[in-house]
Structures are given as C-alpha cells and as structure tokens.
Design a protein around this ligand. Sequence first.
Ligand code: J2J
Length: 542
Amino acid sequence: VDSRLPLQQQWPEALVARYRAAGHWRGETFPGFLRERAERHADDIAVVAGDVRLSYAQLWHEAGRIGAGLLALGLQPGERVLVQLGNTAGFIATVCGLFRAGLVPVYALPAHRITELAHFARKAEASAYISTDVHEGFDHRGLARALQAEVPAVRHVLIDGDAAEFVALESLQGDRSQLPADPDPQSVAFLQISGGSTGLSKLIPRTHDDYIYSFRASNEICGIDRDSVYLVALPAAHNFPMSSPGFFGALYAGARVVLSPGPGPDAAFPLIAREKVTCCGLVPPLALLWAQAAATSRHDLSSLRVLQVGGAKLVPEAARRVIDGLGCTLQQVFGMAEGLVNYTRLDDPQDLVVACQGRPISEDDEVRVVDDHDQPVAEGEVGHLLTRGPYTIRSYHNDAAANARSFTDDGFYRTGDRVQQLPGGYLVVQGRAGDHINRAGEKISAEEIEDHLLAHPGVFDAAVVSIPDDYLGERSCAFVIQQGEAIKAPALKAWMRGRGLAAFKVPDQIVFVDSFDTTAVGKISRRELRAQLRARHLQQTG
Ligand code: J2J
C-alpha cells in the first residue's frame, strides 16, 4: 500500500446524495472551519490548559507552525501520524496542525503501551509518532525507542517537552506556503481506535463531512453555543470528549475548551469554578464520584448546566444520585467511535432521562433491533442493535476479517450492543453480545487478554470475563489453569504489566481453577465457556 494513498470510507452514491440534500454533509473540513473561526473570533479564547490560554487566532497559528514543520521534515499529506498526548493545549494544536498539513492523526490513549502502539503503527502504516516526554511518571521517549525498534517505518518522533534525541514539537518550523489546499470533505480525516470485542483494537476511519456533522448536530442537542465552556475531563483522545459534542463541537461553536489534567473532582472542580464551565462529559463511576464530592465541595459549581454521562451504562438509581448531587441537567449519552450517538434531550422528562440512554442524533440514523438471525424482534423486545447513517462507518481500516464480521451486506454496523427500543426511538442498553469488559468506559477485549496470559509458560489455558463491580460497573476476571511451576496472582499481574500494555487491561482479579469442566458435550465455544465460568463464579460469590 502506498502510504500516501487516500484512505477509504465509502457510502453508496444514493446515500451520499441524500445526506447532502438533507444538509448533513455540507462540504466542511477541519482546516476550513478552524480558519473561519480564527478569522471571525480571532481574540476569543479557544483553549485553556494549565497556564496556557490560546485564542482562536493563536490556535490557528500554532496549527500552521506544526503542520508546516511536519511537512518540512519530509512528511507528505496523506501519511498517518500516531498521536499520544495528554489533556494539554499541545494535543489540540497538534491535531489541528496535522489536519492543516493533510496528515492523518491516529489517536492513541496515554495509557497505551508498546503492544498497542506497535499494532496501531503497523495497521495504520504510520510514519511518525508524536508524544510527550513524561506523562504520569511514565517516560514516553522510551516508548518511542521501542516503537521505532519494532516498527522502523515510524521514521519521525516528535516530543512535546524535553525531546532527548528526538525532535521537539516546539522547535518545528516550516514554510506555511507549502501547506496544502483544504482536503476533500469526503476524505478520511483521522483514524479513531475501536473498543472492539474480538482481538486487538481496530482502526476507524472518519471523514471530515461525517464527523463534523456529528458534532455540529450534537451542539444543537447539547446546547453548545459561543457562550459555552466545555470541560474535557476524560482523556481527550476518547471519542466521547472529542465529538459528543466534545472539544471539536465546542471549537466549531466558537466556544471555550478547558482541559483538565485528570477526571476526578480534585482536578476538575477548581477548573469548573475558575473557568465557569457549563458542560462536561463523564463515565458513570466518575459522575457518581462528582455527585458525592459536590456535597462537601467549597468550589462554586453553579455554572455547570449539563452533565453528560456515557461510555457505560448508568442505571436509574445512579442517574438519580447524579441529578440530586450536582443539581444540574443530566444528559445520558450512548455512543460509539464507529458512529451512532444517542442522547436524551435536555427537555426530556426526568423519568425518561433516568430510564434510558437517549435516541439517535439524526433522523437519518437507521436503527434495527434484531434477533440472532438478523430478523427484527417484536416492538419493545430486546435484540442486537444494527445501525447505519450519515456518520456511521461502512468499514474498518485495513481489516477484511473484521469488516466481514462487523457489517451486514446492506452496510449496517453490528454494534454488539443489546438494546430495547422505547416509543419515540429511545434506546435502553441491556448488555452486550460480544465478549468484552466495559471497565468504567474503557473497553477490554477478553480475547486480547487471554492471548497475553497464554504467552506465560505457567498458563495452560485462560478465560477472561466481566464481573459486575459496584464502582467500575464491570471489572475483569481471568480464570487460569496452571501448568508446571505454580504461579501466584500478584506475580502473574506483575508479569502482565511487564508485557507493555495499557494498565487498565491487567486483570483485576485472577482465579485459578483445575479445569474448565464444561458440562456440554464436546468442545464448546470460547464464548459459551466464558458465560459458564462467569455464571458459576457469580453464583459462588453470591
Ligand atoms: C451503555 N453502554 C454504553 C451507555 C457507550 C459518546 C459516548 C460514548 C462513546 C463510547 C462514544 C454507553 N450505556 N450510555 O464514542 O461518542 C458502550 C457500548 C458501545 C461502546 C462504544 C461517544 N455508551 N456504551 O463509549 O467506542 O457498548 O465509545 O458500543 O469507547 O460503549 O465504546 P466507545
């Protein structure tokens, strides 16, 4: 594959025409709208992070410097760049700079380690890696060295901070006249990471047209306008704080984006008070923590109008606690990086807001709730959620096997979620069909973790399941059959950490068993085995 070829994301012509005619796709691009905001709202503050405050004009200027600097290094428009930065102004400026240069960001989370980065770099055929010096005590320059050793195609490394032998992001300079013209709005703007349930994360190609539509429409539903102040509390690379409506929605609206270094009340509450934050998105465990902390907080949180909660199921009782604790409007958000996003509306009755996960953004979001044979279930019954629409992908990047599995012949994405549809199109998430663990919003593939465990010489077999957890929603539990010399759980966990993978993927709990004594005749599927182990464990532990 020529690394400069444009990436593909293809809707059938008839749907393209429809999405355009409906005004969803307006031919806008990231550089296009950012330039326009820089001209119209030049001196308004766009981004606040730590001591840094960037106006819209400054953000555009920074993006131009970074974009031109990257091209001056020899990168060419269309090439992929792995970005791993924390919640800093540099993150937003870098991503905007990549857009200006026609380079394609691939978003890694700060928690990702060599195993994940090498996989992303290979799959995306990335030519560069942009990271930070040290993040939460971890040295990312070491990670950069390991990445270049494993994937030499990553020719360039840029570091935000002390760059050691690499190029400092700050030092980038280039000739702005070399920056390309604005891209085709239907071209792929970036690759997002899937939470995927089978094996390693897949890459999600999103186009300018489709993504901009999703956050422009989200702004209207979430009440984001030029006077809004949006707080990024979750890691900024997550699709939720990026686009629902996220910092991109806020920038599109000409609003102000405030980045919090962490998601807890300690970091976020002082920022809410100081910057008069009006909207923020959280996962359920954090929302509950905020609600609890708000009762005794000395910080003025009265500016907060909307707290969005999503990424994992918020049960009705928890939803009521969030509303009572924070005294603002709760908005449930059920979304996915592949596309479809559902919101409760700000004027929905509270009984509905606590009881469901919202309804789709668009009248052109097509939703099907089906049984195991793709046949529609009876109205109001629980089934698998399939969807297609103006901002839902039609394929993953460079992954034929996943595409065959994850899409129907007529282009519906198989979300893997089990839902019930209420009148008015509102959805209640009732669980998942796939085998992944939703650990406080971080998705962990059982298969991926089992593969890691099986690499240990003392592990004969392993099955990883999700266990309900009061705080996290779900935690991971690995059932392990040993072989040879006995191992202990802490040692196995330490060994997992040493594998170079995101810490949230290390099993929360390890249970050693003698065998997977399957009662079924013959060999049962991994999925059935996991279900059995999980059921028995829950029975035993009450
Ligand atoms: C239950 N499960 C949920 C919810 C997501 C906005 C909000 C969230 C994401 C996200 C996102 C859920 N209740 N309210 O991208 O733009 C589970 C589902 C879904 C998967 C997607 C956004 N909200 N989920 O969480 O790609 O299982 O996106 O399919 O990380 O999270 O995960 P992800």
